[in-house]
Write a protein that binds this ligand. Structure first.
Ligand code: HPA
Length: 245
């Protein structure tokens, strides 16, 4: 059984250092996940890999079937999920190319299916989400980074926006005033759905660009892709060194 799952984001639709042993087509009560699940070995771990935006990177953040993705991974045996998320950096220390292991989230998304607890006769459940990421997995990621010699920022607040457009300068000012350090479009409801399924979940943010209004000129997809390509090399190295605690 593969206990560790990796959800790849923009810039990580495949893992070159994954030794693939199989693929699984999953169907869930919530519909189809973004792609078939890829099973394989990475470093010392048997892992499952799922590209969040689909294998051709065609599913926009607000259209991703987060419930199907999380359900499929749990069904396939995942006990911990490492989510890779492209983000914009709000403060100067969150430089393009750098990696962040966030410890908090503010959710600005809307209209997404953000719970498994809404149908049927089951009693309402309000999950605790004080600390939205699994601290044990966060510590494994920090240890892996240190072992691999990869620099990471050890904490931060992730602001989850709706997308698919980037933000206005005023929106980023508001996010900064709220306490956000990075901004991305896919961190929620993924994190809370993992919590509802009692799967340990943590994120590695890869800063793709300086956020709107902190950036000289327009933010271009070329720039985002270039910084993600640099950052993802470090993500792959880090992932090879993860030892689940
Ligand atoms: N904003 C939101 N999501 C993002 C950004 C950004 O600046 N960069 C990469 N994902």
């Amino acid at each position: 059984m593969s206990k560790v799952a990796i959800i790849g984001g923009t810039g990580l639709t495949s893992l070159q250092n994954l030794e693939i042993s199989g693929r699984e087509i999953m169907h869930t009560p919530y519909g189809e996940p973004s792609s078939t699940l890829v099973r394989g070995t990475l470093g010392n771990n048997d892992v499952l890999f799922l590209p969040r935006h689909g294998s051709g990177h065609t599913i926009t953040p607000h259209r991703i079937n987060y419930r199907a993705n999380l359900w499929a991974l749990k069904e396939a045996g995942a006990e911990m999920i490492i989510a890779i998320n492209a983000v914009g950096g709000i403060q100067p220390e969150y430089q393009p190319g750098c990696l962040v292991i966030p410890d908090q989230i503010i959710d600005y998304t809307w209209g997404r299916n953000n719970t498994f607890f809404e149908e049927g006769d089951n009693p309402v459940v309000h999950v605790d989400f004080t600390w939205p990421y699994c601290e044990t997995l966060r510590q494994s990621l920090l240890q892996a980074a240190s072992q691999a010699g990869v620099d990471v920022i050890k904490q931060g607040t992730y602001g989850a926006t709706q997308g698919p457009r980037l933000e206005t300068a005023a929106e980023i000012n508001k996010l900064e005033a709220d306490g956000c350090n990075t901004v991305g479009m896919t961190g929620m409801p993924e994190a809370v759905l993992a919590r509802e399924l009692e799967v340990c979940y943590a994120s590695v943010g890869v800063v793709a660009n300086t956020a709107a209004g902190r950036h000289e000129g327009e933010i271009t997809m070329e720039e985002i892709e270039q910084h993600l390509a640099e950052g993802m090399k470090n993500v792959r190295t880090l992932l090879e060194h993860v030892i689940p605690l």
